[in-house]
Design a protein around this ligand. Structure first.
Ligand code: FAD
Ligand code: DHB
Length: 393
């Protein structure tokens, strides 16, 4: 039997960041992950960090490479109706965002945890949570042919949308909210210079497309695709052709194409569970909520949960006061719903839902209004750079 203070399920960004912050504050924890370390470090996902996320990573002691290698973006572009409009994030809000891959965030956190001698269990099978309503719950898993048990004070469910934590709670104890979108994103990573210095989100009659990047020599591109699309039907040549058709002509003409080094399809979903706490179990990150990726909010929202949760644990262990833990759910859900709203709105405005020409004209009118109104643009920019926190990281 292993004994610890906080058992963390999942070694994605939420689990690793929570583990690192708790460690820095002297709180013992064990991370239990279903996949191998290599698999977790190889996953290609988010690319845009809010300043609040950057601040939290710095507070967690993993900011050095991030600050050296990130690309600071003071704006992004909206492509629609054959034109391109720059949203001046810095001018409208005073803030910028950082382009730095989730893969790199995960590597930095993993390296820091391993260097500190963290207890990380990889390739844990049949992970099960028990006694969540008892003072000391148990986490059970199988590894190397044996069953192991962790006895802890609290469980942090950081195991993503498909994880076991949320599923360990009786459905009658929770309320879930969900919207599934009738399309996905087909994404590729390629070692070619980005098509532009900043991101371009494009509304096109053929469907949405996004130009993003990871570095001055590595690009990340997405096109909206049908839910039944198969990767084998998308050779690189077809992807580049479709992307270029959906981008403004000057961007398409300047685009450098090349072989993809990764290609994947992601479905789009909005999802929230309420509350986030069930006895001694606290859900954080994608285990508790999913946003469609258009607003680049998923990873940032996960970090925002961890920011509240680690402080709550620190207060509980330092003073015995569980007030912050009691408020965890309500405090996080406010921000979660605002990010859900923004991500839903941005997705709805930029994607093709049906062949309905009326709906497309309404989207174009909305973008036309938005780009002509400083008030409307400021609202979008505020949400994109991340809503303010009440306290520093
Ligand atoms: P995850 O990253 O899902 O990690 C959960 C971990 O738990 C995984 O390692 C998993 O293997 C493990 N696990 C699962 N089940 C179990 C189990 N039973 N037992 C033990 N471990 C388990 N967000 C942004 O902020 N900006 C962006 O630009 C952005 N772009 C995105 C683009 C795409 C294409 C996608 C798919 C997502 C994007 N996101 C973005 C969202 C972001 O990637 C997620 O919100 C983020 O990964 C959430 O982190 P997490 O640690 O909560 O969950
Ligand atoms: C990326 C993903 C997003 O969802 C987004 O809004 C911006 C960038 C990316 O992977 O680079």
């Amino acid at each position: 039997m292993i004994r610890t203070q906080v058992a963390i399920i999942g070694a994605g960004p939420s689990g690793l960041l929570l583990s690192q912050l708790l460690h820095l504050h002297g709180i013992d924890n064990v991370v239990v992950e279903r996949q191998s370390r290599g698999y977790v470090e190889g996953r290609i996902r988010a690319g845009v960090l809010e300043q609040g996320t950057v601040d939290l990573l710095i507070a967690a002691g993993v900011g050095a490479r991030l600050l050296r290698e990130r690309l600071v973006h003071d704006g992004f572009a909206l492509g629609f109706d054959g034109r391109t409009f720059r949203v001046d994030l810095k001018g409208l809000t005073g803030n910028s965002v950082s382009v730095y891959g989730q893969t790199e965030v995960t590597k930095d956190l993993m390296d820091a945890r391993v260097a500190a001698g963290a207890k990380l269990v990889f390739e844990a099978a049949e992970v099960a949570l028990e006694g969540l309503d008892l003072a000391r719950p148990t986490v059970r898993y199988r590894s190397e042919g044996r069953t192991h048990e962790i006895s802890c004070d609290f469980v942090a469910g950081c195991d993503g949308y498909h994880g076991v934590s949320r599923r360990s709670v009786a459905p009658s104890a929770m309320q879930t909210f969900e919207r599934v979108y009738p399309f996905g994103w087909l994404g590729i990573l390629a070692d070619v210079p980005p098509a532009a210095h900043e991101l371009i989100y494009s509304n096109h009659s053929r469907g949405f497309a996004l130009c993003s990047m990871r570095s001055p020599t590595r690009s990340r591109y997405y096109v909206q695709c049908g839910l039944d699309e198969k990767l084998q039907d998308w050779p690189d040549s077809r992807f580049w052709d479709e992307l270029q058709r959906r981008m403004p002509a000057d961007v398409a003409n300047a685009m450098v194409t090349g072989p993809s080094i990764e290609k994947s399809i992601a479905p789009l979903r909005s999802f929230v569970v309420e509350p986030l706490r069930f006895g001694q179990l606290f859900l954080a990150g994608d285990a508790a909520h999913i946003v469609p990726p258009t607003g680049a909010k998923g990873l940032n929202l996960a970090a925002a949960d961890v920011r509240v949760l680690y402080r709550a644990f620190v207060e509980r262990y330092r003073t015995g006061n569980a007030g912050l833990l009691d408020r965890y759910s309500a405090e996080c859900l406010r921000r979660i719903w605002m990010a859900e709203r923004f991500s839903w709105w941005f997705t709805s405005t930029m994607h093709k839902f049906t062949e309905d020409a009326f709906a497309h004209r309404l989207q174009l009118a909305e973008l036309d209004y938005l780009t002509g109104s400083t008030a409307a643009l400021t609202s979008v920019a505020e949400n994109y750079v991340g809503l303010p926190f009440e306290s520093p990281a």
